[in-house]
Every structure is written in structure tokens, then in C-alpha cells.
Design a protein around this ligand. Sequence first.
Ligand code: RB5
Length: 145
Amino acid sequence: MIALGSDHAGFGLKEKIKQYLEKKGLEIKDYGCFSEESVDYPDYAEKVARAVSSNEAEKGILICGTGIGMSIAANKVSGIRAAVCWDEKSAEMSRRHNDANILCIGARLIDQELALKIVDIWLSTDFDGGRHVKRVKKINAITYE
Ligand code: RB5
């Protein structure tokens, strides 16, 4: 299952991504928000990040105005590697080298067509493993004081 979340700035793009993934037959769960009424992005970042960190969801996609607030908030949850991606290459590399488990997109910065390409590449690219395994393990070992 793919967990989806957004704030008001990302709501429209989240709906597009949801339709797109459902059409492809993927199982998704929408953690909100559910309208363009103003909300606070950390609330939705936390819901999706906890779903991924508990393995309820395999991966997550979070959308806000820039993707930045969502990534900062999601990365507070243990085991989360949330990456803001803005083009095909950043989407590919965040999976291959960082094993990113949450994709963050800025709905106010990129158009919908590019966003759907990013989603496709991000979901279909595997982690390279190899020399990157020990680096990702080191990320996971960092603790908050
Ligand atoms: C909302 O105005 C905006 O601040 C939010 O969507 C996001 O871009 C934060 O990082």
C-alpha cells in the first residue's frame, strides 16, 4: 500500500496522483487533507510517516507547496528517509542511493505532468544496495537527543 498525504497547497496534486495510481491498479490510502481549506502540513507528514515507519504502508508520497516542510516533518519519524524530488533524476537517485521511503513533491514548483513522471520513476526504481547499504544504516542509526 502507498500512503498519500498533503496540505491544502498540495491537495489538487494529491488528488491527481491518487487517480493516477488507482488507475494503475495500485493500492493507496489517503491520509488527507480532503479539501483546499488551510491546514498544517506537519499533521499530515506525521500520519504518512508513521504509516511507513510501522510498515502499514510500503512507501509514502507527501505533497505541500514546496515539498520542503513535508520532508522536514516526515524525517523526524524514526526510520523515515523522505526526499524532496523535483525532476526525474532526483527521483531516481533518491531511490537508488538513499532508499528513500517517502517522496515529497512541491505542488507550487512543478507542473502536474512532471509530478506524475517523478511518481512513476520513484515507485519503479529499486535501491542499488552495495556500498549504499552501510550509509543508509548510518542514517537509521542517528538518534535524536
Ligand atoms: C503552505 O502555505 C506552505 O507553507 C506549505 O504548503 C509548504 O510549502 C511548506 O513547506
